[in-house]
Every structure is written in structure tokens, then in C-alpha cells.
Design a protein around this ligand. Structure first.
Ligand SMILES: [Zn+2]
Length: 140
């Protein structure tokens, strides 16, 4: 199955390594977890207005232009597992599964990423002050 059109449009402004990782995850995630059908990209590049709105909403702690979403091409993506409905925001174990999955696939294909559920990359998702569960960014 292909990524949806909105995801493809967002990927046009994203770093090629991350794009490769998103495609790989979209394909492998449903094979590992048969109830899943893939992933959707909800954010790639964020301009100044969008970034400051995200901070106001509490969705980001990083004011423009310091977020990895603010580079061009973007060094960060926000991903949701699909199918996804509003109540799925509460399904933290599912985000944790996907978070670990993305990091592992990244290691395998040589694209090192940090997940917003484990900023310090110590494998412990409970020691973070602020968790941004859909967020993945290139390291370095
Ligand atoms: Zn993000």
C-alpha cells in the first residue's frame, strides 16, 4: 500500500534519509503488527507561523527556528500509526511500539533517529519531562 497523498506532499520537504525511513516503516509496520495498515505523516516542514502556533497549542516546546521541523529540508517528521481515530491518542502502548519500531528500522538501514517519547535515547520512556509521541528527528 502507498502512503496517502497528504503524507507524500509533506515528504517533499523532508530530508531524504528520513523519507527512506518513513517508506520502510510504512511497509514493514503492518507486517510486524497485522492490525496496522501503515503510517501517516502529519508534519514535515513547519514554517514560522505554524511553529509558533504549535508552541502555543502545547504541541511543541521549541520556538521558531530551533525545531528540526524548521529546517529545509525538514530534519523531523511526525508520524501516526494508521488506522487512527481521535481516541487512539490515549493508546500510549501503541505509540511506544511504533516509536521503538521506527528507531530499530532506522538503525537497520543506517538512519539514526531520536524519538520524541525517549529524547535521551536511554530506552526508558518514563523519564522524559515532555513527550512528543508522534515525533522523530534525525540525530546530529
Ligand atoms: Zn514533531
Amino acid at each position: 500500500m502507498n502512503l496517502d497523498k497528504a503524507s507524500e506532499a509533506k515528504l517533499r520537504e523532508v530530508h531524504s534519509g528520513l523519507v527512506r525511513l518513513v517508506r520502510e516503516v510504512h511497509e514493514r509496520w503492518p507486517k510486524a503488527y497485522p492490525k496496522e495498515t501503515g503510517v501517516r505523516v502529519t508534519c514535515g516542514f513547519r514554517g514560522q507561523t505554524e511553529q509558533n502556533d504549535a508552541v502555543k497549542r502545547g504541541a511543541s516546546k521549541t520556538p521558531w527556528p530551533r525545531s528540526k521541523h524548521n529546517r529545509k529540508p525538514a530534519m523531523a517528521v511526525d508520524l501516526l500509526p494508521i488506522p487512527f481515530v481521535q481516541k487512539d491518542w490515549k493508546d500510549i502502548p501503541r505509540f511506544e511500539r511504533l516509536g521503538r519500531f521506527v528507531v530499530d528500522v532506522g538503525k537497520e538501514i543506517g538512519v539514526a533517529v531520536r524519538w520524541g517519547g525517549d529524547w535521551d535515547r536511554d530506552g526508558d520512556t518514563k523519564d522524559e519531562k515532555f513527550r512528543d509521541l508522534p515525533h522523530f528527528e534525525l540525530v546530529g
